[in-house]
Design a protein around this ligand. Structure first.
Ligand code: B4P
Length: 189
């Protein structure tokens, strides 16, 4: 089953996904991490992506779809894959529906926190793309381009909302409960 992690930059998608994957033996695919690996290896894709990431813009859809599609097409039915940072646009969401094994998208976890919390966390994280100006831009891009996916997945009956302005270890049980709930639904179907 594919579990999509949705939410603003800095809401803690990566933090929750890493911990949950380690604890429960789930798979974790982070498009941000994949891009940062490409940047570190100075590949052609990485050099292209870096310009977008440093500005706080999204990397073009065709690059991202190419990166994810091949990795999910062969997902065994019994595996749980936490898809962290993808999709971020409607085009990516539609491409995911085409590339994913039939019926495998089972849940979209939507993490929420106020802008003040997000900005504080990102400034604290201190990554290269975490400057005040870039953060403001990333939040604006998120509101305009990614947030509409909340309604997209709510309409499909996949959405579970998680209040993320809480300690990491308080959020984890909610992640587990939502995944287990979705898994039991897919077994009933
Ligand atoms: P990502 O790497 O996906 O990063 P993110 O959304 O900024 O952060 P996340 O929500 O995972 O927060 P984190 O756990 O780190 O994206 C980076 C860039 O890559 C994008 O801007 C874009 O350019 C590009 N990109 C990636 N995917 C793309 C796509 N599909 N299409 C186009 N472009 C794409 O947590 C943040 C901080 O908060 C950490 O310091 C953490 O320790 C702290 N924290 C987390 N949870 C906390 C909690 N509960 N309490 C206190 N602190 C917490």
């Amino acid at each position: 089953m594919i579990v999509i992690l949705l939410g603003a930059p800095g809401v803690g998608k990566g933090t929750q996904a890493q911990l949950a994957a380690k604890t429960h033996g789930w798979k974790h695919l982070s498009t941000g991490d994949l891009l940062r690996e490409e940047v570190a290896a100075e590949t052609e894709l990485g050099l292209q992506a870096q310009t977008y990431m440093n500005r706080g813009d999204l990397v073009p859809d065709e690059v991202m779809v190419g990166m994810v599609a091949a990795r999910i097409a062969t997902l065994p039915a019994e595996d749980v894959l936490l898809l962290d940072g993808f999709p971020r646009t409607l085009v990516q969401a539609q491409a995911l529906e085409e590339a994913a094994p039939s019926g495998s998208i089972g849940l979209a976890l939507y993490f929420t926190a106020s802008d003040d919390v997000l900005i504080g966390r990102l400034l604290g994280r201190g990554r290269k793309d975490d400057t005040q100006e870039v953060i403001q831009h990333r939040l604006a891009v998120y509101r305009e381009t990614t947030e509409p996916l909340v309604a997209f997945y709510r309409d499909r009956g996949f959405l579970a909302e998680i209040e993320a302005d809480r300690p990491v270890e308080e959020i984890q049980p909610d992640v587990l409960a939502a995944v287990q709930g979705a898994l039991s639904q897919t077994k009933l179907a």
